[in-house]
Design a protein. Structure first.
Lengths: 421, 183
């Protein structure tokens, strides 16, 4: 009888060319797609060159995406972006994107059909775990690992044990994927899943759109997890089939698969969730959070910069205006998201409400540019981290929420749910 | 699968230095804030190491010093700039109750020794002098004479550390295998 495995173990086993793998095992795997951005690529390129390998393992299986500090924010970051661009040209990297075609790495790679169910993706960015939404195994590494992968197309991994999260019940209005993952963060803690994978399952996630699944898988790393994954289904198939000529591998976990833990989360009574400073696991339902006055609201990032996120925000902002004294910054995650937002009238609603719209990039999420916070300022953000100094001054404060709560709070000028409008 | 011993790390890897104490969940934004990631040179990065949490660190750290922390050290971003900044600032080893996954991997890859011990960070105090033997995992607190033993380093990671990092490890295996290494 064949060994029972989780979907994660099955993907790892096939990429290690083994019949079966089990948690704790060190394996060598082939990588389907290797990813780096304008911050992590220059270091990885240095490693690649130090290794003395002449050619990359496959110019079609490397994605280099300028998104963190582009359009270039200063001379040093312009130099970094240039190192990546020149490397991409020299090695004929197929999936290198210039601003205009580029956006946030974890938004554009799925959009362009570069990741399919069953793939193994390694990226020099901790939010590489986002692709688990597609039923792929994906994990973040550092630049040295990535440089070695660009040379060899392979890497070593320790097979993670799986924590199964089962979401049951019916979601209330204005509650979605971001609230589910924030709530989960509150349950697990920032080290609750170190070296583990999170498998998202249950009737609630079966009905979630791809955009909401991306949001959830994206934040698996916030619990210390190596990866997060959804079993691919018809929703996945509908998303990828129009984007890629390749057929994915639609794997599921075996009924007898072994889980390290199973956590059942009932969503019936769940309110919109807020992570308070300074940790993404400091999570409380909005009714228990003070009505904190806000200097800035940001809607965007690899967590919540997709079209559905902007649609929800626009629904709440239509016919309303952002409170005086509060800045609302909206950054579509990709040129395609931007274009759709224009076509659907979302951009006009946002502009009428008083939002400023930035070009597709990571924006103020990591305090680089386009919305850096001053000393003592408070922001509500749809991003994934609210560590000390994450979005600017070390004495600024960041609260995390869904796009719905961000939109209502921008109108109210303080943290408040859509029901308060 | 995992070897219980340390003996092969490096016979001469002895470190003696002063302790910089940190708490739990020291994230990579605290180690090196993203606003300083517009460069990759390790010496430049080192200038801003721990700037938001310990502004005095960069001025006072001495080569050979040791960082001691609680659980989940290095959580957050995958930025390898974090272990590079620590290493280039002069820290020779980081001891923590536990490390975040990507940081753990990065530290070995760039040749920054890290040790896991549940007990040592509980007892060791800021400013203590430690004597550490990486080959045995023994940590001696010279202030009180207490001795702790770090958790054994997995076999494979030990090989990488012994090579001085992943780049050298790959170069070595390339020479011995005569082709692309299998990592």
């Amino acid at each position: 009888m064949a060994t029972s495995m989780t979907i994660t173990e099955k993907i790892l086993a096939s990429h290690a060319e083994k019949g079966a793998v089990s948690p704790g095992e060190l394996i060598e795997v082939k990588v389907d797609l290797a990813l780096a951005n304008d911050i992590t690529a220059p270091l990885a390129i240095g490693v690649f060159e130090e290794l003395g390998t002449k050619r990359v393992f496959d110019p079609e299986k490397i994605a280099l995406v300028p998104d963190h500090f582009v359009p270039n924010k200063d001379i040093p970051s312009a130099q970094q972006a240039r190192i990546m661009m020149e490397f991409a040209r020299r090695h004929s990297i197929k999936h290198y994107f210039e601003p205009g075609d580029s956006g946030i790495e974890h938004v554009i790679l799925p959009e362009k059909g570069l990741v399919l169910p069953g793939d193994l993706v390694i990226g020099a960015d901790s939010h590489t775990c986002t692709y688990g939404a597609l039923g792929a195994f994906s994990a973040g590494v550092g630049s040295t690992d990535l440089g070695a992968i660009m040379a060899t197309g392979r890497t070593w991994l320790k097979v993670p044990a799986t924590i199964k999260l089962v979401f049951k019940g019916r979601l209330r209005p204005w509650v979605g994927g971001k609230d589910l993952i924030l709530h989960t963060m509150g349950q697990l803690g920032v080290d609750g899943a170190v070296y583990k994978t999170l498998e998202f399952s249950g009737e609630v996630v079966r009905e979630l759109s791809m955009d909401q699944r991306f949001t959830m898988a994206n934040m698996a790393v916030e619990a210390g997890a190596k990866s997060g994954i959804f079993e691919p289904d018809d929703i996945t198939r509908a998303y990828v089939s129009q984007r890629s000529p390749r057929e994915g591998q639609y794997l599921t976990s075996d009924r007898e698969a072994v889980y390290q833990r199973t956590i059942i989360i009932n969503v019936e009574q769940m309110e919109p969730q807020v992570a308070l400073p300074h940790s993404p696991d400091n999570v409380h339902p909005v009714s228990q959070v003070d009505q904190v006055p806000l200097d800035q609201v940001f809607i965007g990032s690899c967590t919540n910069g997709r079209i559905e996120d902007l649609r929800v925000a626009a629904k709440l902002l239509k016919g309303r205006t952002v409170a005086r004294g509060t800045r609302l910054i909206v950054i579509p995650g990709s040129p395609l998201v931007y274009k759709k937002a224009i076509q659907e009238g979302i951009v006009e609603i946002l502009l009428d409400a008083g939002a400023v719209i930035g070009p597709p990039c990571c924006g103020p999420c990591l305090g680089g540019h386009m919305g850096v916070l001053a000393e003592g300022e408070k922001a509500l953000s749809t991003t994934n981290r609210n560590f000390v100094g994450r979005m600017g001054h070390p004495k600024s404060e960041v609260y995390l929420s869904s796009p719905a709560l961000a939109a209502s709070s921008a109108v109210l000028g303080r943290i408040g749910s859509p029901d308060d409008l | 699968m995992l070897s219980p011993g340390f003996s092969e790390v490096n016979k001469d890897m002895k470190i003696e230095g002063r302790v910089w104490k940190f708490g739990d969940h020291v994230d990579t934004d605290l180690i090196i804030p993203a606003r300083y990631l517009n460069v990759s040179e390790e010496k430049e990065l080192a200038k801003h190491c721990f700037v938001d949490v310990r502004p005095d660190f960069v001025k006072e750290v001495q080569t050979g010093d040791v960082a001691v922390a609680g659980v989940n050290f290095g959580c957050g971003s995958s930025r390898e700039h974090a272990p590079w900044a620590i290493k280039a600032a002069g820290i020779d080893v980081v001891i923590a109750k536990s490390f975040a996954r990507i940081f753990y991997r990065n530290a070995f890859n760039i040749g920054l020794p890290i040790l896991e011990s549940e007990e040592a960070p509980e007892q060791i105090k800021e400013g203590d002098r430690l004597s550490i033997d990486l080959s045995t995992g023994a940590i001696v607190d010279l202030a009180g004479g207490m001795c702790f033993f770090a958790r054994p380093i997995p076999d494979f990671m030990r090989t990488i550390l012994r090579s001085g990092g992943l780049v050298q490890y790959l170069k070595n295996s390339k020479t011995s295998a005569g082709g692309h290494s299998s990592v």
